[in-house]
Design a protein around this ligand. Structure first.
Ligand SMILES: Cc1cc2nc3c(=O)[nH]c(=O)nc-3n(C[C@H](O)[C@H](O)[C@H](O)COP(=O)(O)OP(=O)(O)OC[C@H]3O[C@@H](n4cnc5c(N)ncnc54)[C@H](O)[C@@H]3O)c2cc1C
Length: 367
């Protein structure tokens, strides 16, 4: 059995985009996923900065432009702003299909199976990866891109995401669009929000929140109440449910996510913005940065110094979002902020700059 250079577990945006970039560098890649490309539980909201950062996405035809953002504060203040550019929705199945297709076209081998065992064969310095059917594969480098409840992280005995507080998201795929108006309603009893995100002839409608103890059922009850109160719609069988968790770490650190011949990216590394819950951007950015570092360093060099250096701006952003999280989810403050946004063009501009990526968390306070 020949050893392949890189094995990637998980063909979500992180794994597939990394496979695509490595294959472009001529690196042999095995990409494992038992259900990709699938409609992963997700709102599907992305900001313009994703398209700016990942050139391949200019070829993706599945972006659906949202024209207005409607905010509702915890106590019910409302404001609607026009979004001239930079906020989109997408179908997760279409995005996953697009990225996986490009990875395969570039030369990555896709193995549509579940990874069941991973061993480090110290003598030969290779990873042995076993799939559910007992098949074995050998690889010099192992990448965990297998999402929030990462099996790779478990096998490597990495520190787990915090179990409390827990961040959970639930929702429905709705068979209506809402005329390109996205709605965000901040909760009045938990740090989190309800959302309505229109897509072509459909929408995702959901709720995401963080709490020490959180049950999906409680979130569905809140969501159903919101849907009937604001849209006067009844939940029917046509509305497909979804439930998913979002990883939560105390601090984002480079050393926790890499070691000798292994590294983690995307949700498996815990890379989600704590305020907005935006993870697609970070999964793609972590893949892009790692792809670059591996591409110029392999087969013989150590990619980790370059990878660490490339990570720094993202780690700063994620840690800044973590700090903002505590200040942002204060109910009275959110009320005030939404009232101000309604009456102030400069606040509206700030929201728009945020969505396009021109405004970062680190410079938010100064502004
Ligand atoms: C309810 C909810 C709403 C969200 N809304 C948004 C949003 O609007 N915008 C946004 O930017 N982010 C959102 N996120 C976050 C976003 O979905 C994730 O950050 C993003 O999907 C991470 O991509 P990834 O490639 O790292 O992991 P994933 O997309 O989770 O992909 C991991 C892949 O690994 C595979 N896998 C797992 N275990 C194995 C195994 N043992 N063997 C083989 N394959 C395996 C899985 O099948 C999966 O395909 C949301 C998350 C949730 C839960």
């Amino acid at each position: 059995m020949a050893s392949i250079n890189v094995a990637i577990v998980g063909a979500g945006p992180a794994g597939s985009y990394l496979a695509y970039r490595l294959a472009q560098y001529g690196i042999e890649v095995l990409l494992f996923d038992f259900r990709a490309p699938w409609d992963r539980p997700c709102g599907g909201g992305v900001t313009g900065k994703v398209i700016e950062a990942i050139p391949l996405l200019k070829e993706f035809s599945g972006f659906y432009e949202v024209h207005h953002l409607h905010f509702i504060s915890p106590s019910g203040h409302q404001c609607q702003i026009e979004v001239p550019e930079g906020f989109f929705s997408l179908s997760r199945k279409e995005l996953n299909q697009f990225l996986l297709g490009h990875a395969q076209k570039a030369g990555a081998s896709f193995i549509p199976k579940k990874v069941k065992e991973i061993y480090w064969r110290g003598g030969q310095e290779v990873w042995e990866i076993r799939t559910e059917d007992g098949e074995q594969y050998l690889a010099y480098h192992l990448i965990g891109a297998d999402g929030a409840n990462s099996f790779v992280a478990q096998k490597l005995q990495l520190p787990k995401p915090l179990e409390a507080p827990l961040t959970l998201g639930v929702g429905y795929h709705f068979p209506y669009d809402f005329e390109r108006v996205a709605t965000i309603k901040f909760l009045d009893d938990l740090p989190g929000f309800l959302w309505v995100l229109p897509h072509e002839n459909q929408s995702t409608v959901g709720i995401v929140a963080t709490a020490p103890l959180l049950h999906g059922q409680r979130l569905f009850e809140k969501l159903d109440q919101f849907i009937s109160q604001y849209y006067e719609l009844e939940i029917s069988d046509q509305m497909r449910r979804f439930v998913g968790s979002i990883p939560w770490y105390e601090k984002f650190q480079a050393d926790r996510i890499m070691g000798h011949r292994w590294t983690m990216i995307g949700d498996a590394a815990g890379w989600v913005d704590m305020v907005s819950k935006e993870g697609i951007y970070y999964s793609l950015m972590s893949a892009a940065t790692l792809g670059e570092a591996m591409g110029v360093s392999l087969p013989d060099g150590d990619y980790r110094p370059l990878w660490k250096e490339g990570l720094l701006p993202m780690l700063q952003q994620l840690n800044a979002a973590r700090r903002w999280y505590k200040r942002f989810y204060r109910y009275k403050k959110l009320d005030k902020m939404i009232e101000r946004t309604r009456g102030s063009l400069s606040y509206q501009k700030l929201v728009i700059d945020f969505l396009s990526g021109r405004q970062t968390y680190s410079r938010l306070r100064r502004r």
